[in-house]
Design a protein around this ligand. Sequence first.
Ligand SMILES: CC(C)(COP(=O)(O)OP(=O)(O)OC[C@H]1O[C@@H](n2cnc3c(N)ncnc32)[C@H](O)[C@@H]1OP(=O)(O)O)[C@@H](O)C(=O)NCCC(=O)NCCS
Length: 403
Amino acid sequence: MTTDLNAAMGRNDVELGKPANAAERDTLGTILGLCFGIPEADLRALLEAQDMDPLVVLRHGGEVVGGLILIDMGQHFGGRSVPMCGVAAVGIAPERRGEGFGRALVRGSVAYMASRGAVLSALYPATVPLYRSGGYELAGQRFEHELPLDSWTQRSGELSVRPGTTDDYAEMERAQSAAAREHDGTLDRGDYIWQRVRSPRGDTSRHYLVEGSDGLGAYLSLRQPKRTDGHIGYDLVLTDLVVREHEAGQRLLAFLSTHASLAGKVTLHGAAHPELLGLLSEWRPSSRLFMPWMNRVLDLPAVLRARGYAPGLSAEVSLRLNDDLCDAHTGNWILRVADGVAQVEPGGNGEIELSERGAAAVFGGFSTPRAAARQGLLHGPPESLDRLGALFAGNGPWMMEMF
Ligand SMILES: CC(C)(COP(=O)(O)OP(=O)(O)OC[C@H]1O[C@@H](n2cnc3c(N)ncnc32)[C@H](O)[C@@H]1OP(=O)(O)O)[C@@H](O)C(=O)NCCC(=O)NCCS
């Protein structure tokens, strides 16, 4: 326990760290089971399967009152993977809520992740103000699209579909990784996310593959839950979808349409306008924003160096960052971009002044700097804001997976 974590939490009557022993880990399992309505035994088994490292508990009076799970992975921005620590299963024991423990847990965990060398964090917020208090800001979106199958007429073409097995996992991972890095915000998955994609809670995904000209041309993973609209049959929920080549994508659509005698709809998650919709000849989707997600920038220079930038773009911007919680990156930085990469050095006149939440809003292209300025997250001359916006511009960060 360091005093820094207590300073971040703003109180000295709590402690934050890894579970000290199996009993504390079990208590965390019980609390998180109650928080998320998951059978306690399932959650305890999930936590037992990991070592203590990714687990965080908050103690008060020597008792565990809450905690969360950290997931090391990456997130793509500008075509490159930025190391990212995902935060999942944030929970406080039901009888201890409303005492400020949630806020302490979030703020303490931010300082804890920074002390472990994390440069960026992401999470799905059940409540936004809680995470804003730790410097997170809205940074991307996960949409849900439901496509009724009765409106589909797709031709099969020449290509064939085959079921995938564990022997195909390495090739699926290669195809997924190449496809994901083309889009801002997508996850550079680790084992935890692959496990959730392939074995969604209480279910197993089946995989269907189409060969392409160089490796897999497309594949999907799906579940078949029972229909809930009163008809017999099932729906098709895509837990993974990768399209590398046009013909292969068309073949997957035709494959899905062959389920129409008993299946009601196909559900998929991700971008506001997924590529797959562009391949459909007819579609009447019902779409909604399922949830936004938030980023927390823990080391701004490291994030700016790690992300990629559009080729052919070169510009220089001087930033003044204010971050009360992570003072290691607080200060003035010069960002110079050329040939798709950034150099970041201390110094400069700080033409744009931003908070850590401002950094989270703009670095991945979710908000333009002008929009972030209107939210009070940063300020600077309009010409400087536009120069920064040009460096971070993309087509809207999104993510397919939940964690
Ligand atoms: C969300 C949760 C972690 C908050 O813990 P807590 O100890 O009660 O939180 P705090 O007392 O520190 O309150 C911090 C802020 O969280 C937000 N918050 C707390 N409970 C909330 C609720 N039920 N609904 C919406 N926001 C809430 C508020 O903004 C609050 O700040 P305020 O009191 O200044 O308005 C807790 O209610 C919980 O475990 N809920 C069930 C699991 C869950 O939803 N986890 C979040 C998953 S992303």
